[in-house]
Design a protein around this ligand. Sequence first.
Ligand code: ADP
Length: 586
Amino acid sequence: MTSDAPVWPVVKRLFGEHAREYIPRYAVAFFFMAIVAGSTALTAWLMRDVINDVFVKQDRQALTWLPLVIAGLFMAKGFAAYIQEVLLSRIGNQIVAHMQKRLYDHMLRMDVKFFQERSSGELITRMSTNAQAAREMMNLLAVGLGRDLLTVISLFVVMALQDPLLSCVLIVVGPGAAYGMRQLSRRVKKVAGSEVNSMIQVVSTMRETTQGIRIIKSFQLEDKMREQMAACIEAVQRLNNKMVAVKARVNPLLEAAAGLAIAAAVAYAGWRTISHGQSPGEFFAFIAALLMAGEPLRRLSRLQLQLVTCAVQIKMLYDVLDTPAVEAEAQAKPQLVVRRGEVRFDKTSFAYTDNTPVLNELSFTAPAGKTTALVGLSGSGKTTVFNLLQDLWRPSSGAIYIDNQSIADVSLSSLRRQMALVSQDVFMFEGTVRENLVGALKDVSEDAVIAAARAAHADEFIRRLPQGYDTPVGELGGRLSGGQRQRLSIARAFLKDAPIILLDEPTSALDSETERIIQTALQSLTGGRTTIVIAHRLATVAQADVIHVLDQGRVVESGNQAELLRRDGRYARLHRLQFGDLAAQS
Ligand code: ADP
């Protein structure tokens, strides 16, 4: 096989990871493949007796047993082929399942940066198409090396026994054709790689469309999207056509070669029968074996091309698996112990991408058990503070402390356990309302769920849902209002009962009744807990114990509302800008 294709390293790794588990079952499959190969060769072998005994000698006994044996052989072959195929498919499906679970598990342990750097379409393709390639490769190898190779070898034995000289000629001619195949595989490898990439773009565009359909419609982006999609689809189509052309070129080549070989064999064998009086049986057995070897040989000759295609895809899968899982917990890290719950940023700097700093030596303290409001213009870095605090991203310099323990030095799971995020975009997974409230928490009693929902003023509307707490969230679709979602998010936080609350207030206004309910719920949630709130509401800032004004990733003013208004600086200006008339009324 060629050394430039990444086939063998991939095969070695795939086998290394899977073979041990599947060896017994592969062995059984190989046994049945041997039966397929053996019965095929025997059928060819029997052609000699069919011709010599039945037709030449006109032996009546042979006329009885030969058809029976032939029928039996074909049945045995059919049965063995069935078992082998079922076995292989099952192993293959298990390999796909295993790969997909492993990949998903790995992805979950990657940080947010990993997901930001890759489109979801790309990851979805890895998960589906590329994982399937693992099954295909194992099957290709098993069928290729097992059934086809065994069949070809046993047929060749038949040929060699019938006519050694002709068989030698075949051995010389065969490798020439193989060399031709190898040249073609280079092209296929290139085309296969770009095909997968184009497919990723189709999936990405589709995902953008489903997620942004409302924006697409309201901004009338249909034509633009159509063009974009058409370009992607056409690229895949072009590449597919190219691939077909490259692959299909193999067939006519083989066909021509086979024709020449058979023509030469007929001429030679006929001459031997006519001139040397050899019985025709051997010749027919030889030809039968040769013809029967055609199909498995053809498959074998395509094997490398197919393996290369698979290897390219599996390699992409391994690329993801080999990206170190950033969030894989270092076992040695100590647990975060929260006693009071003071949060402190100490000269923390951070940038999402290399060149645009988002936080500049940001320092501030959120006192334990108090409410700290972060205010500032959009883009000033408020959400980033939350991202860093949950260790979704890591600061480039400086540190973040919770009760004087640097969050970089404690275990990630203990850190995230101590915080509850109440945000404006409430993520709901497939499952019932109850399951969504409970989330990852263990041993949560029904009473606790209801108590949390009550405290969040969510119990009442949940009970009015078609199946109450058992209503599948998926069926609700967009039926939950913004206020209801917000209350579910608050109920979740109540259940989690974490000492630190991160609250991202909704930017869009709710009606005043809902607003009042939510405020009451939030007050009881945040009471006594360290709360950091990205504030958009006047009521929130007014009640906050400390307000930090952020500008370009720095705290530019701190104090409570009265102090800051008196100072008539940044906050006072922002206050007028954001709350305008509301502030005047209050
Ligand atoms: P705020 O919450 O105050 O509106 P953010 O913390 O969301 O501000 O954003 C601060 C800056 O960081 C903005 O310039 C924004 O464009 C940028 N930013 C936010 N999130 C990301 C991200 N995931 N990747 C790259 N840049 C980001």
